[in-house]
Design a protein around this ligand. Structure first.
Ligand SMILES: Cc1ncc(COP(=O)(O)O)c(C=O)c1O
Length: 396
């Protein structure tokens, strides 16, 4: 199967096209395949942005944390952002860094460990700050507050942390009394798969509401949602915004994108097990599931790209893709193909690396796809398989 790939040039462009072949038939099904060449393209680009802008750019573990490939990440020297004790510990153990941690709330029973694995901690509310400020301070962890600018231009409510009534962050009126002593940074996260112009609009609102506190701070963490590696992202504009902000306020800028690191860096390889037909609708039953293995397709929702398939076209063989779970809604439609599909055919879902393996479930006892790395020189390498014990061990 031929796969068209984009390689980047050093001017942040995307204009070299590299045609190469991955033999998906050599790969066990089902399997998430991380394409190391595409991943390195992303890592190199983000590293360049980090160096030229002077901002620190962290990998948000919530989007991707397959530590089997962290040796590659380590070559590029990124830090990590964590949203739980487990993520912070993984960052420490497998990436060798202390995390910048934010969670909507911390627990007494685990705060000591969270602090042990964190260089920075952001509190979601004044009550959480008051509860844990002293201990964080004693441990020498830099303390921040998550603030909520009450502005986001995402059209997906499920990814909008600034909706009225949101549980995320301290709104500006709560700081009318002033900033408590000991706060060194602000953290905000409102963007989703956004471009640099959305960040510009957001910064205008943020500065208007919180700008008066910035001269007293050491750092501002501008969260995730910066899809820097998407074709067409205006990187020079982003760099300009970051440098300008840093010059005006003399603060360290931190970004913590998740998706951008592993955006379009691999596939979910699946196989058709059966084809069923009901009222003229043909469904290919797969050995993977949308709800278990591609949950964002149903939650967001969005329709993934299938290699070699097109949007529904009259006159062409057209199919729904049906998941292996018994959830009635575990299907998506419709894709058209050049020829009729049959059992045994491979279905390759594109861009299935971020927010997949970190969110999967074993609902219905459905087996988890393997995880592997595809590398141009050495081919395919399996890094993890799952079995009955993985299913059983989670349940009691
Ligand atoms: C606080 C925070 N930081 C970073 C991210 C990463 O965002 P993205 O993967 O869209 O870049 C998220 C995503 O939900 C988040 O909630």
């Amino acid at each position: 199967m031929l796969r068209e790939r984009f390689a980047r040039n050093s001017d942040f462009g995307f204009d070299e096209i590299n045609i190469m072949s991955i033999d998906f038939n050599q790969i066990p099904s089902p399997c998430y395949v991380i394409d190391e060449t595409l991943l390195r393209n992303n890592l190199q680009l983000i590293k360049q942005v980090k160096e030229v802008s002077g901002a620190d750019i962290l990998v948000a573990f919530k989007a991707f944390s397959n530590w089997g490939i962290f040796p590659v990440f380590k070559e590029y020297g990124f830090g990590a952002s964590a949203s739980s004790l487990n993520e912070a510990r993984l960052a420490f153990e497998e990436l060798g860094v202390k995390a910048h941690t934010y969670s909507p709330a911390y627990e007494e029973k685990s705060i000591q460990d969270v602090l042990k694995y964190s260089s920075h901690i952001s509190f979601n509310s004044m009550s959480q700050f008051q509860k844990f400020f002293r201990i964080a301070n004693q441990k020498g962890v830099s303390i921040g507050l998550r603030v909520n600018p009450e502005f986001s231009d995402t059209s997906y409510d499920i990814y909008n942390p600034c909706r009225p009534g949101s549980r995320f962050g301290i709104i500006a009126v709560e700081l009318d009394v002033g900033l408590p002593q000991g706060v060194e940074g602000f953290h905000f996260h409102t963007l989703f798969e956004a471009d640099s112009f959305a960040l510009e609009r957001l910064l205008a609102v943020f500065e208007n509401k919180f700008g008066k506190f910035l001269p007293g701070l050491k750092w501002v963490n501008m969260g995730g949602g910066h899809l820097i590696t998407k074709k067409g992202y205006d990187i020079p504009h982003l760099i300009h915004l970051l440098k300008d902000f840093k010059n005006r306020y003399d603060v360290e800028i931190i970004l913590e994108p998740g998706s951008a690191f592993t955006y379009q860096t691999g596939y979910l390889v699946s196989t058709i097990l059966d084809i069923v037909e009901n009222n003229g609708i043909k469904t290919a039953i797969l050995d993977v599931s949308f709800t278990c293995h591609m949950p964002d397709c149903l939650e967001m929702p969005y329709k993934p790209v299938i290699l070699g398939a097109a949007e529904e076209m009259a006159g062409k063989p057209t199919y729904r893709m049906g998941g292996i779970s018994c959830l009635a809604g575990d299907f998506m439609g419709n894709w058209s193909f050049d020829k009729e599909l049959k059992s045994g055919d491979k279905i390759i879902f594109e861009d299935m690396i971020h927010y997949t393996t970190v969110k999967t479930t074993m609902f219905n006892g459905v087996n988890h796809p393997s995880i592997g790395i595809w590398n141009e020189k050495s081919g395919f390498r399996l890094i993890r398989e799952f079995n009955y014990q993985d299913y059983k061990n989670r349940l009691s």
